[in-house]
Write a protein that binds this ligand. Structure first.
Ligand code: B12
Ligand code: SF4
Length: 502
């Protein structure tokens, strides 16, 4: 059997420990026909990859690609591979190339782009590289013709029945490297997991509408619970971060999943993402009995106009408040996410978001809030086009997309960008929540950090409550201390990044 190497690039964060769920799914699907090796450049140096290539002489090297800095590493690594082994095919797949197959293929080092959910097309492509055959027969594939021009054969989205997929190839990664620990519950062995894909909602800022075409697909409760049990028994995992875009579309399936966890006697905890309009006391209470303990919620804005007209999320501020009350009554932990700087957002609407956060923390003091994100137009979303219409200049090449990162995008409608950046920077102090990082760790550094937060918090809260951004003395001091305490603050960032609701 020929060899294939699949590569997870670095993603520009300090995050090292996310399971490359897409790659282990692809690996499981092709492993009957090819030998697969997975290399994670967040752990392994590039030299390991080059050495593996020299030894294994793979038919193809496949990279997973999101929008952002991983693109630069993929290009650079592919260049080096091609320099020494021009015959090895470079294949990229994932969300970014799905939206820009032609632009991605214009890069000289990339031979193929597989669009969308890729198991079937990838296997067909590899068989065709090995044995020949017309590439036009493979749908959702991009390649270069003999004149080096991109050719793209987009067919209907060919989503797979998730019950037909083999169990992801957990054995092809070193699972223990990916086991995370929560700073506040050190006994937990945490891992990433998913049970469904896609989401039926049309939110204008989310990749789902155009990537998953509003089609929700799920593993049966039985299949999902069996995989969870496998990870529990084989690797001692007892906390699952379920990354499904929308875990609870089918409430019956969710309840059956919970029943199976109980019936199997699995002592686990798990967290999910959930829309505020799915918060239902009885439903959540039943899930809680099986270990459900935390929800990440995209509340997005405190303005009903933004929610309705701009984001088209189909939720209201009133539903958000009610959801937080429900979680509080069940003692379910919350991680809420909000965004400012939406197209057409006024300063009053920005303030409504801040006021809502303050109100929600009063209702549920254990609710953690992510740093207040500044909106970033992501490709493949409907709001991206609106941003372009409003003067936003989109990157024009694969390399330019590689330099695209939140916080860096220039939004022409933000009149005072510095103010937005200050809000983003200071928000962790304003929303700081003891349940995120407790003083169980009594190291000097941690105690000083807590003291600093305690000292700054009243000033920062005053600013947030009064929309007052002049004399940014504590903002300057914060960035000074941040440099000194970079590591401990990063730990906070790391925690929130784990749970970021997109
Ligand atoms: C876990 C996760 C993370 C993890 C790390 C992910 C990683 N592996 O690096 C963390 C928390 C670090 C993270 C960070 C961020 N994330 Co994130 N994340 C996710 C999440 C929830 C799950 C990803 C996943 O594992 N999916 C399940 C697997 C099975 O699907 P998949 O990876 O897409 O793989 C399939 C196909 O894409 C394709 N495929 C993928 N790779 C390859 C490779 C080859 C060779 C082939 C042929 C095919 C192929 O086939 C696979 C199998 O069907 C997704 C949402 C989602 N549900 O997908 C968002 C998502 C990917 N993240 C997103 C964003 C915006 C971010 C952040 C910028 C957010 C932030 N402000 O912090 C950062 C930075 C990421 C970056 N650009 O580098 C966006 C990406 C948009 C985009 N255009 O890239 C998503 C889609 C969320 C959203 N709703 O918009 N994220
Ligand atoms: S933002 Fe949430 S609800 Fe909206 S489409 Fe994306 S995953 Fe679905």
């Amino acid at each position: 059997m020929k060899n294939i190497i699949l590569v997870q690039p670095q993603n520009g964060l300090n995050e090292t420990s996310y399971v490359p769920l897409g790659l282990i799914s692809l690996a499981a699907y092709i492993r009957n026909d090819f030998n697969v090796k997975i290399i994670d450049l967040r752990f392994d140096p590039s030299e390991d990859l080059y050495r593996a290539i020299d030894e294994l002489r793979p038919l193809a090297v496949g990279f997973t690609m999101l929008t952002g800095s991983c693109i630069i590493q993929i290009i650079e690594t592919s260049r080096k591979i091609k320099e020494k082994h021009p015959e090895i095919k470079i294949v990229v797949g994932g969300i970014h190339p799905t939206f820009f197959p032609g632009q991605t293929l214009r890069n000289p080092f990339i031979d193929f782009v597989v669009v969308n959910e890729a198991e079937k097309a990838f296997l067909k492509l590899l068989k065709s590289i090995e044995g020949g055959g017309s590439l036009w027969q493979i749908e959702n594939l991009g390649w270069k013709d003999k004149d080096n021009q991109p050719q793209i054969n987009i067919g209907p989205a060919d989503f797979i029945d998730m019950n037909e997929l083999p169990m992801p190839a957990w054995d092809l990664i070193d699972v223990k490297k990916y086991v995370k620990k929560l700073s506040n519950i050190p006994s937990e062995r945490v891992i990433d997991f998913y049970t469904s894909k896609g989401c039926p909602y049309p939110c204008s800022f989310c990749y789902n509408l155009n990537f998953n075409k509003r089609k929700w697909r799920a593993k049966s409760a039985q299949k999902a619970a069996d995989e969870l049990e496998f990870l529990y028994r084989r690797y001692g995992i007892n906390y699952f971060i379920i990354h499904d875009d929308n875990f609870v579309v089918d409430k019956e399936r969710a309840l059956e999943f919970a029943r199976l966890i109980i019936a199997k006697g699995l002592k686990v905890k798990y967290s999910i993402d959930m829309r505020v309009d799915f918060f239902d006391y009885e439903f959540m209470k039943k899930l809680k009995e099986s270990g459900f303990c935390e929800v990440r919620v995209g509340c997005e804005s405190g303005s009903n106009r933004i929610l309705k007209e701009i984001i088209q999320k189909g939720i209201t501020v009133e539903q958000t408040i009610k959801a937080v009350e429900t979680a509080k009554s069940l003692d379910i932990k919350l991680i809420l996410s909000f965004v400012i700087g939406w197209p057409t957002e006024t300063l009053e609407e920005r303030q409504q978001t801040i006021d809502l956060i303050i109100k929600l923390q009063k209702i549920h003091p254990k609710a953690a809030i992510y740093p207040l994100w500044i909106y970033i137009p992501y490709p493949g979303t409907n709001l991206f086009q609106k941003a372009v219409d409003m003067g936003f200049e989109a990157p024009r090449s694969l390399v330019e997309w590689g330099n695209y990162f939140w916080g860096k995008a220039y939004l022409p409608w933000l009149k005072n960008k510095k103010e937005y950046e200050m809000i983003h920077e200071l928000s962790p102090f304003a929303w700081y929540n003891k349940s995120i990082a407790t003083l169980t760790n009594r190291s000097l550094k941690n105690i000083i950090r807590h003291l600093l937060i305690k000292t700054f918090r009243p000033f920062v809260l005053f600013r947030f409550k009064n929309n007052f951004w002049k004399f940014p003395i504590e903002a300057k001091m914060t960035s000074f201390f941040k440099k000194i305490f970079q590591k401990s603050i990063k730990r906070y960032d790391k925690f929130v990044a784990v749970n970021f609701k997109h």
